[in-house]
Design a protein around this ligand. Structure first.
Ligand SMILES: Nc1ccn([C@@H]2O[C@H](COP(=O)(O)OP(=O)(O)OP(=O)(O)O)[C@@H](O)[C@H]2O)c(=O)n1
Ligand SMILES: C[C@](O)(CO)[C@H](O)COP(=O)(O)O
Length: 307
């Protein structure tokens, strides 16, 4: 199916959301995994998970946490309980499998059973890897069979408004195999090179070019994919050299490398990635003034251009 021929009224397909939360948060500098750092008193991951649930009808949320983590897995367990106490019961028959036969949610591949029994998305916890791409790969191995669409979302973007998820899912349902949210770049962007010899005493870098700004976008998450395509893209990247693999900064570039189109939908300034202490302060200001992801649904973005 192509984007041009797909029908907007296509039936909904099973969606899973991968939330990557295994990063160290070195640039934030809190001495703990970034996803655990509190945003207005609650772990960043919890804000992100609430945002995913408020926005999407995912049947599974697969969270990649650091290998030596207990605390983020505990956040996931607590969230599954929170969901179970707020979600209406499903019309599907409840599983007869007792929750106690499932592995604890802190174990790789573990599922928090309570939420599943009540029709909320399954929360699955896996061990992340040394890089973001490896964390995604680990989560992909734990997807439920039959998953058709996968969204990959950064725990470090805890304030992504639901509309962004909706745009991504709509593009998938309209036939895209890969779709990313993005915003225009506001600064003039330069390519640079390290200075050498005499120039090095003048400055560290020198400009090599100025790409046309109208053609540039700052890319956000969730990035959405046809599940088979994303799996194929990650499998292919596992054959890449260490140097090439180290340069992977998002999932879309893996699909690009397969020669497939990656479509772009409008992102949102509120979907900022918390990377530095200044980003954290900004996020806290946004939560204080607009509320948490589940409660900022109806607020227009202060920086959004009219659609
Ligand atoms: N090995 C890794 C590295 C990153 N991530 C996740 O990928 C997202 C984007 O990464 P980034 O913001 O760069 O987070 P960190 O890697 O934690 O940041 P830093 O480079 O400052 O350590 C985050 O949600 C992060 O948890 C991950 O799951 N596994
Ligand atoms: C995936 C991403 O958030 C898109 O902007 C970004 O590329 C992650 O980059 P990082 O290197 O993990 O900070």
């Amino acid at each position: 199916m192509t984007a041009a021929t797909a029908s907007a009224s296509a039936p909904t397909e099973p969606v899973a959301v991968v939330v990557v939360a295994a990063g160290a948060g070195t640039r934030l500098g809190y001495g703990m995994p970034k996803a655990l750092v509190p945003v207005c008193g609650e772990p960043m991951l919890l804000h992100a998970l609430r945002g995913v649930v408020a926005a999407s009808s995912a049947r599974q949320i697969c969270v990649a946490v650091p290998a030596d983590d207990d605390e983020l897995a505990a956040v996931c367990r607590a969230f599954a309980i929170e969901l179970a106490s707020t979600e209406p019961a499903t019309t599907e028959p409840a599983t007869t499998e007792p929750a106690t036969t499932e592995p604890a949610a802190s174990e790789p591949g573990a599922t928090a059973g309570t939420a599943r029994e009540l029709g909320a998305p399954e929360i699955t916890v896996v061990q992340g890897g040394a890089t973001r791409a490896e964390s995604v790969q680990s989560a992909l191995t734990a997807l439920k069979p039959g998953t058709v669409h996968v969204l990959v979302h950064d725990a470090a973007r805890p304030l992504t408004p639901p509309e962004v998820f909706h745009r991504v899912v709509a593009a998938l349902r309209n036939g895209a195999a890969a779709v990313i949210p993005a915003v225009p770049v506001v600064d003039t962007v330069k390519s640079v090179a390290r200075t050498v010899d005499d120039e090095a005493s003048v400055a560290d870098e020198v400009v090599t070019g100025t790409p046309a700004r109208e053609t540039l976008r700052a890319v956000q998450t969730p990035q959405g994919f046809d599940a088979e395509t994303l799996l194929r893209a990650h499998r292919t990247s596992q054959t890449w050299s260490e140097e090439r693999a180290a340069a992977i900064t998002d999932d879309a570039m893996l699909v690009e490398s397969l020669g497939l189109p990656v479509y772009v939908v409008r992102g949102d300034a509120r979907s900022l990635k918390i990377t530095t202490p200044l980003d954290l302060r900004l996020a806290e200001t946004l939560v204080s003034s607009l509320g948490s992801p589940g409660t900022i649904l109806t607020q227009p973005s202060p920086t959004q251009e009219p659609s």
